[in-house]
Design a protein around this ligand. Sequence first.
Ligand SMILES: [Ca+2]
Ligand SMILES: [Ca+2]
Length: 200
Amino acid sequence: MKKVIKNVALFVAACSAVTASVAGTLDFESAPKAIYTELTVDGVTFTRGGEQFAVAHWGADTDAFSGNSIGLWRPYAVLPNAAVAFRATLTGGFSSFSIGMGDTGGDDDQGRLEAYDALGNLLDSDSLSVAAGVSGGGYLSVSSVKPIAYVLFYEVGSYPGVVAWDNVSFTAAVPEPQSGLLMAAGLGTMGLLVRRRRRG
Ligand SMILES: [Ca+2]
Ligand SMILES: [Ca+2]
């Protein structure tokens, strides 16, 4: 029976290892304030089709953004080509992705978040409107049972792209084949040991 307990313990430990890194949050506080064309924070890579974006502290801390955040907007300048969306990717894909969007309140903000599979099919989307004069913003979220290969997010208000993006929460796509095989192997081992014990 000790052997069965040991195998159950190993099985539980293995399952924990699979699920341990599934969820994450990031807030860009570890990213130096600078201009980027690619930035990886806590395993999530942000790009904008080769166009530039900034990590900055835009100056107003709200629940949707605080401290460092990413955006096209930086004091006294707007980086070009606002129509080019941000793209976020994670090795193995996401099963959900949420991001805060807002600004300090000068204009209206129209945010959009879209989730795509590896073939470019739209899996889920979310929109957020923030009225002019509102300091702050809110959150956009997408999720899918199919792995999300990448998400796109962008803003098309009166001053396109002039928002801060921050406070990302995500869950990684569950590696179905591996976890399924692991569970089958674990249950198989348990079954075999129980049968052997019954025979003996
Ligand atoms: Ca932040
Ligand atoms: Ca704005």
